[in-house]
Design a protein around this ligand. Structure first.
Ligand code: HEC
Length: 126
């Protein structure tokens, strides 16, 4: 019974992701990414390890959703790649901050912001 409930729970989460993934990219999602990315930059600058880690983890989760959107949309291989790259960079930031290497974290954050711009150049309409 318990296993069945878990399976149903996972299915519901999955269906939610798929539903959110069709059609346009959710603007609230990008706005949250924007806010979190700004917060991350200032936390890294202030060498706030807890804050930087929390922001980078959240960005990772958000880019999982962006990736799901572009996978479902289809015909957007560059956007899928850039979403994955963004996830990897968020993970690299968590790791660098864990090592107290804020310079490396800052470099990864710069690369992450570059990935935002690259994707917007190709996929953002306005
Ligand atoms: C894989 C592609 C991709 C990546 C990576 C990406 N974005 Fe976006 N972003 C989009 C698209 C597509 C839109 C516009 C959606 C539309 O016009 O329908 C958008 C829109 C936005 C907007 C405008 C939202 C609004 O309310 O008008 C902001 C702000 C934004 N992105 C911030 C960011 C930031 C910050 C990052 C990086 C940390 C980022 N994005 C990374 C694809 C991406």
């Amino acid at each position: 019974m318990r296993k069945l409930l878990i399976v149903i729970g996972v299915l519901m989460v999955f269906m939610g992701v798929v539903r959110a993934a069709d059609g346009e990219l959710d603007m609230d999602l990008m706005q949250t990414i924007e806010d979190t990315n700004k917060s991350l930059a200032s936390n890294i600058a202030m060498q706030n390890a807890a804050g930087s880690t929390a922001d980078a983890r959240e960005l990772h989760t958000l880019f999982v959703q962006v990736e799901a959107h572009f996978v479902a949309k289809g015909d957007a291989p560059d956007a899928v790649d850039l979403s994955r790259k963004s996830k990897d960079l968020a993970e690299a930031i968590v790791k660098s901050v864990g090592d107290k290497n804020f310079e490396a974290a800052s470099n990864s954050a710069t690369d992450l912001s570059r990935a935002c711009r690259t994707c917007h150049t190709f996929y953002k309409k306005s």
